[in-house]
Design a protein around this ligand. Structure first.
Ligand code: TRP
Length: 463
């Protein structure tokens, strides 16, 4: 669900106390898990994308407690595709495919990477803390260097710096929105690890701004075999287009490679691309029936006809929607712009403002220049916990800052119970109001966190 900024980056305070560098970190109010999916816009969607990415991702977006982000990674596409018309066409086709397959832009964030210029700005901030040595070891870059070496070329011949920087741009996609989980294929795990590394370095230098993202590897999602039995992939030229016409779909399915067994001969399901593709679309019962038909010697022509009918039954209604969508590119354009605009206003712009501030890209007028390694100033009226007993004989506390009540507790049976809750708050454990503590009038969770940070800072200074 697209809502308020419940997962705002955890505010933190970094300060020096004596020689010790102390950082106070507050757990963000984690009401929702943010799941972020990027789709490079460098091709036409095929059945392998549908089974391996689109279908499971859209199903996952309906899970409760998940805030989903889907974006068209068109900056990433430029690393590989330098034909403008192809970048544009692919962006349209992929956007239309996801919408046709059931993505609901009013329930998830759906946007185009290049509509969020904060992404490139964050890329630079991350570039300046990313270890070059780490990037040297990125699989995609290393593979390109290895190919050059084998060919007796210069290491970096024909390699653009975009390929080298690819992991940093991807980290910016993820960290900008503090995504908790990123569903990826195995080939992308290293990129998520790098994003974690950059996040950690940044947090270490500038305070706790970023959540460390985790890769989710979809083990159950089978990779679909292509026409020749190898993994279905554009680079093997063995794909079946997701939204080709019925006739083309039929023709492509007829060209799936099979063995030479005649009708009546028992067929092997093991290692059969046809069977595996069927399974990816069929129910358990249908799969069992097809298995029995293989054993009974179904002819390849019949099996292909059944496969075609099964896929078409699922794809036909999507195809109809897809065609309607692609016929009106300006509507998709509007949807993408709208998504990006709301997302920038709600997240990207304020986040970048905080990050710019954190690294020292600051308004010269509003900040007295702090001494580089100096202490952060602590507000004059320090917040204070007040513990007291009411006429009802029970125990309470408040957190106050001057006249203002920031937190008001409910009743505790003993002073010890109240004290324990105060101690937990002082350790930075505040996840928002709950049955024990309520926010004061007109007070938000950020104000409480700031007050707790100031308290902790003062304590640290005394220590
Ligand atoms: N690199 C991803 C891929 O090729 C696409 C991508 C770009 C991405 N940015 C991302 C995926 C951020 C997840 C998160 O599949």
């Amino acid at each position: 669900m697209v809502g308020g900024d419940a997962n705002a980056p955890p505010p933190g305070v970094g300060l020096r106390a004596g020689k010790l560098r102390i950082r106070v970190l507050f757990a963000p109010a984690m009401t929702q898990t943010r799941v972020l999916t990027g789709i490079t816009t460098s091709g036409t969607p095929h059945l392998g994308n549908y089974v391996g990415a689109i279908r499971p991702a859209i199903a996952a977006s309906h899970a409760p407690g998940v805030e989903s982000f889907y974006f068209l990674a068109d900056y990433h596409a430029l690393v590989k595709v330098q034909e403008p018309a192809r970048v544009q066409r692919s962006t349209l086709e992929i956007a239309a495919a996801w919408l046709a397959c059931g993505l609901e832009p009013d329930k998830v964030w759906f946007y185009r990477q290049s509509d969020i210029p904060e992404t490139t700005e964050l890329t630079w901030l991350l570039t300046c803390i990313a270890g070059k040595g780490l990037l040297n070891r990125a699989h995609a870059y290393k593979a390109a260097v290895d190919r050059n070496r084998e060919a007796g070329e210069d290491d970096d011949a024909g390699i653009n710096a975009g390929l080298f920087m690819y992991p940093v741009l991807m980290a910016a996609d993820i960290l900008l929105f503090n995504a908790n989980k990123v569903p990826v294929g195995r080939d992308q795990i290293q990129h998520i690890e790098m994003a974690r590394d950059f996040a950690q370095r940044f947090n270490h230098l500038y305070g706790e701004h970023f959540v460390l993202p985790e890769a989710i590897i979809e083990e159950q999602v089978a990779t679909l075999p292509g026409l020749d039995g190898r993994k279905m992939s554009k680079s093997y030229d063995n794909t079946i287009a997701l939204f080709a016409s019925r006739e083309t779909l039929k023709k492509q399915i007829q060209s799936i490679v099979t063995d030479s067994r005649a009708p009546g001969e028992c067929k092997d399901t093991e290692g059969s691309a046809l069977f595996q593709i069927y399974q990816a679309f069929a129910s358990a019962d249908e799969t069992a029936a097809m298995r029995a038909a293989f054993a009974d010697g179904i002819g390849w022509g019949d099996a292909k006809q059944q496969l075609f009918e099964r896929i078409d039954a699922e794809v036909a209604p999507l195809r109809e929607r897809y065609e309607a969508l692609v016929a009106h590119p300006q509507r998709i354009e509007q949807q993408l712009r709208d998504g990006a605009q709301r997302l920038r206003a709600q997240h990207a712009t304020p986040v970048l403002a905080r990050l710019r501030e954190a690294v020292g890209l600051r308004d010269l007028g509003t900040h007295a220049p702090a001494k580089p390694a100096g202490r952060q100033s602590i507000p004059a009226a320090l917040p204070l916990f007040k513990q007291y007993r009411e006429a009802d004989g029970r125990f309470y506390f408040k957190l106050v800052e001057g006249e203002r009540v920031l937190l008001q507790s409910a009743a505790f049976d003993s002073p010890k119970d109240a004290g324990m809750r105060i101690a937990a708050l002082k350790r930075g454990k505040f996840d928002g109001a709950d049955a024990q503590v309520a926010l004061g009038d007109g007070v938000d969770a950020d104000a409480v966190q700031a007050a707790l940070a100031a308290l902790a800072a003062a304590e640290a200074e005394k220590a």
